[in-house]
Design a protein around this ligand. Structure first.
Ligand SMILES: Cc1cc2nc3c(=O)[nH]c(=O)nc-3n(C[C@H](O)[C@H](O)[C@H](O)COP(=O)(O)OP(=O)(O)OC[C@H]3O[C@@H](n4cnc5c(N)ncnc54)[C@H](O)[C@@H]3O)c2cc1C
Ligand SMILES: Cc1cnn(-c2ccc(OCc3ccccc3)c(C(=O)O)c2)c1-c1ccc(Cl)c(F)c1
Length: 457
């Protein structure tokens, strides 16, 4: 019976040709499904990079595991630049490197566009995958898995399939249709926006900063990060309240701001390039989306940002999104592609982790923004590494659990609550020890001075 049902579901329509949609097409084609992937935009492989800047992102364990499952990890690893530690830039220009943990534990800085192109190329090379560009979903009947698309020339096409997979990002049209039924949805725009800048390679074509690091400039409500690129430049992302972005309207004001807040980065970016880049695009917004369920009946499922768009302060948006596809495939394996069982179980297993990832990312945003000075960032990371060494079986830093293990995100929250108790106890013991030591020093010093005065008498 199960095989019979499983055999019935053979044709999937994927909406969205970003990294998640393209990876999903690879997974489904391996399972023998016929896949039609519809992407609203043009084929990015045929376009010059309009902005001329590479948008990179940090790939870690979860994303790599999802790519590995379809043999794509080696190709991506070859293109990625390892970041083995965070390099913390203090306001006085001092740099502190704090390793990400055990040897071999590193992040990968990858060109997001290149990853998407590679995934599209592998997907389109599968015999049972067809990719349709410039075809935007405008409506869908989720119960009948009927989808209507509009082409660039205004023509409309309608498809009927066995299921529709919504991989169409944070502003998903598939999710919008699901909102017409019994569906929970929330979104939150945060007060911070972001702009992307560039630290070019040096005149002799070398990296202007240490290459194998995630560079972080934590400045309370201003945060900036730099990730290395293959062309030996760095893509720098500045996160700042929109109010601050809006207050910087002239090139001189931007230069003065960087001189005050990120002084060491100014000679690396260059004043002229800073003036040019800063005003190239407006500050972009950051939204957090939560929803449930991730499926409807046995005909619709949501993946990636369509299911859980998160603020980027844990560097996990794509990692968690690619992991959705890996988790779904495991459930397909368990239930022999029987969608009547797979889809409900996908929501049961993954929804709490998608929501936990949104909470973890928002929590980081608050913690990193509120951490009084960058020294707190540095202190926290050092304490994490000391406790990892002293209590290896008991303490795994939250960031390491997220970036270097596949611990379900909801379990990371539970474990990090236990971590906080360990950190607070360790800090209390250390504080009591220091108080005791000072008291002993003080009393012995005092006793010593009393003896001296008697001697005088
Ligand atoms: C500033 C910033 C920094 C980030 N840094 C990191 C990081 O370091 N590490 C990390 O893991 N993640 C990071 N992310 C998150 C990551 O970019 C996203 O999680 C990831 O791109 C989600 O992929 P996706 O395929 O789900 O959605 P998207 O990449 O948004 O792709 C959706 C696709 O669907 C298409 N589409 C949309 N609507 C329709 C429609 N109606 N019809 C047809 N097609 C449609 C779009 O054109 C697009 O191609 C960052 C995000 C931001 C904003
Ligand atoms: C793109 C990417 C990949 N990973 N991370 C990341 C995120 C958080 C981290 O610590 C949390 C913490 C530090 C200090 C105090 C509390 C919490 C660390 C770390 O430990 O190095 C690394 C980012 C990132 C993304 C945006 C900003 Cl603004 C940023 F700074 C880094």
């Amino acid at each position: 019976m199960a095989n019979e049902i499983a055999d019935k579901k053979k044709h999937i329509v994927i909406v969205g040709g970003g990294p998640v949609g393209a990876l999903n097409a690879c997974y489904l084609s391996r399972r023998g499904f016929k896949v039609d992937l519809y992407e609203g935009r043009n084929d990015i492989r045929q376009e010059e990079n309009a902005t001329g800047r590479s948008i990179n992102l940090a790939l870690s364990c979860r994303g790599i595991a999802a790519l590995n499952h379809v043999g794509l990890d080696k190709r991506v690893m070859a293109l990625g630049i390892p970041m083995k530690a965070r390099m913390i830039h203090l306001p006085n220009g001092e740099l502190y490197s704090v390793p990400y943990g055990k040897t071999g534990q590193h992040l990968l800085s990858i060109d997001r566009l290149q990853l998407n192109k590679d995934l599209l190329t592998v997907a389109s090379s599968q015999p049972n995958v067809s990719i349709h560009f410039n075809t935007k979903l405008i409506n869908c009947d989720i119960k009948k898995a009927k989808a209507t698309f509009s082409k660039k020339d205004g023509a409309e096409i309608t498809t009927t399939s066995d299921a529709i997979f919504g991989c169409d990002g944070a502003f998903s049209a598939v999710r919008r249709q699901m909102q017409r039924g019994v569906f929970n949805y929330s979104q939150e725009y945060i007060q911070h926006g972001y702009k992307e800048l560039t630290i070019p390679s040096t005149k002799n074509g070398e990296f202007a900063m240490a290459a194998n690091y995630l560079h972080i400039w934590p400045r309370h409500e201003f945060m900036m990060i730099g990730l290395p690129n293959q062309d030996k430049s760095f893509t720098v992302t500045l996160f700042m309240p929109f109010t601050k972005f809006n207050a910087l309207t002239k090139g001189d004001e931007v230069v003065e701001f960087f001189k005050e807040v990120f002084p060491d980065s100014l000679p690396l970016i260059g004043e002229e390039l800073l003036r040019e880049d800063f005003f190239k695009l407006p500050a972009l917004s950051l939204v957090s989306v939560k929803c449930s369920p991730y499926h409807c009946g046995n005909t619709v499922a949501l993946f990636g940002d369509a299911a859980h768009a998160v603020v980027p302060f844990f560097g996990q948006g794509l990692n968690g999104s690619l992991e959705d596809v890996l988790v779904f495939d495991g459930i397909m394996e368990k239930h022999e592609n029987d969608f009547d069982k797979v889809l409900p179980e996908y929501t049961k297993v993954r929804c709490k982790d998608g929501q936990a990832l949104a909470d973890l990312s928002k929590q980081n945003y608050i913690e990193m923004r509120s951490s009084v000075v960058s020294l707190w960032f540095l202190f926290r990371k050092k304490v994490d590494n000391i406790l990892t060494t002293v209590l290896p079986s008991m303490f795994v830093p939250k960031y390491s659990m997220v970036a270097f293990t596949r611990t379900p995100y909801h379990q990371v929250i539970l474990q990090s609550k236990r971590n906080d108790k360990i950190i607070n106890t360790a800090l209390l013991v250390f504080a009591l020890f220091m108080i005791g030591a000072c008291f002993c020093l003080f009393t012995s010093y005092k006793d010593g001075s009393v003896t001296d005065s008697k001697t005088e008498l």
